[in-house]
Design a protein. Structure first.
Length: 322
């Protein structure tokens, strides 16, 4: 039975939030696409017309050695945020190139806490006196709407056990932003994100495998003259269904393909990358996508970060059709 095929992993959203980890990083240490958002049945675009909804509570927590905040260099950065994402996928009765045509919009609300510290190591003065170490800290919190992802173009196809879709997403800086605050809920720049996703599902055995590739082209932040380089996100999931219950593994990679640029790129032209893996548990009330209520709980642990943040994610989601 085709479990969770409403919009379980069909959309992703861009937020003005950072990851977590060590090393130098680009502005805010992140890109528009939420890492790891695509999961089970991400290649499936429902063929039945209607409005499909997925709501996520996405939590990220961690720290970074160095990153750029609002044109300034931040050292020993710690961040904790929860983003509520409300993805609306509008499936139309129209066909284009043999595929189902749909549109999407994904607004967000973000609760964020950021701490930036500067640590001065112990040192010996000219008369042999020892001083330090000293640590100076500055923190900020914020709860406001975040940035918004939208897609005027989603096309999906089905061929037996295989399902795939393509889409182009815009990224609008609708969140709260000021160079005078640390806890911004906006990246303060536009972006275009192109995605290809595919799913293999065998209803007889209950095995499902999904993979997705997203390529993001970033515009410049006009307030800081910082332009983050282009980013490739790779995401996937493998699950086994036992009746309505599904168990499996999820993973993602974020790989920056071009360097950062602009007058605000004070740490240089860094190209970031990070990988993550974790478990996923799903529960679906019906095999019929138009009637199913799907619950998803998953977590990721990031590793092998280079020039970006590294941390942990917990994401709980529910999807259904109106």
């Amino acid at each position: 039975m085709a479990r969770g095929r409403t919009i379980a992993g069909g959309l992703a959203v861009a937020l003005a939030v950072m990851g977590n980890g060590t090393g130098h990083a680009a502005e805010f240490g992140t890109g528009p696409w939420v890492k790891g958002y695509t999961d089970i049945f991400g290649g499936v675009l429902p063929s039945a017309p209607g409005v499909y909804v997925r709501t996520d509570a996405f939590h990220y927590s961690g720290s970074a050695d160095t990153t750029i905040f609002d044109g300034r260099i931040g050292v020993s950065v710690e961040q904790d945020y929860t983003a509520t994402l409300a993805a609306l996928n509008i499936v139309t009765p129209w066909k284009l190139f043999g595929g189902t045509y749909a549109l999407a919009v994904v607004p967000s609300m973000v609760a964020m806490s950021v701490d930036v510290g500067v640590e001065i190591p112990a040192f010996t003065g000219p008369r042999g006196n020892s001083f330090g170490p000293f640590q100076l800290n500055r923190g900020d919190t914020n709860l406001t709407p975040g940035d918004t992802a939208f897609s005027p173009f989603l096309l999906g196809w089905d061929a037996g056990k295989f399902h795939w879709n393509v889409g182009v997403f815009g990224f609008a800086p609708t969140g709260d932003y000021s160079t005078k605050q640390l806890a911004n809920t906006s990246l303060n720049h536009w972006a275009v994100m192109s995605r290809l996703a595919a799913t293999y599902f065998d209803p007889q055995t209950g095995w499902q495998a999904t993979g997705a590739a997203i390529y993001t082209v970033n515009w410049e932040n006009p307030d800081t003259d910082y332009e983050t380089g282009n980013i490739l996100n790779l995401e996937g999931s493998i699950t086994k269904n036992f009746g309505p219950l599904g168990l499996g593994v999820v993973s993602y990679a974020m790989i920056q393909t071009t360097g950062d640029s602009g007058a605000g790129a004070r740490l240089g032209s860094f190209e970031s990358r990070v990988y993550a893996v974790g478990p996923i548990v799903t529960f679906t009330t019906s095999a019929d996508p138009s009637k199913a209520l799907t619950i998803i709980v998953k977590s990721y642990h990031e590793f092998d970060a280079e020039n970006t943040f590294e941390g942990d994610v917990v994401d709980a989601a529910v999807s259904f059709k109106f």
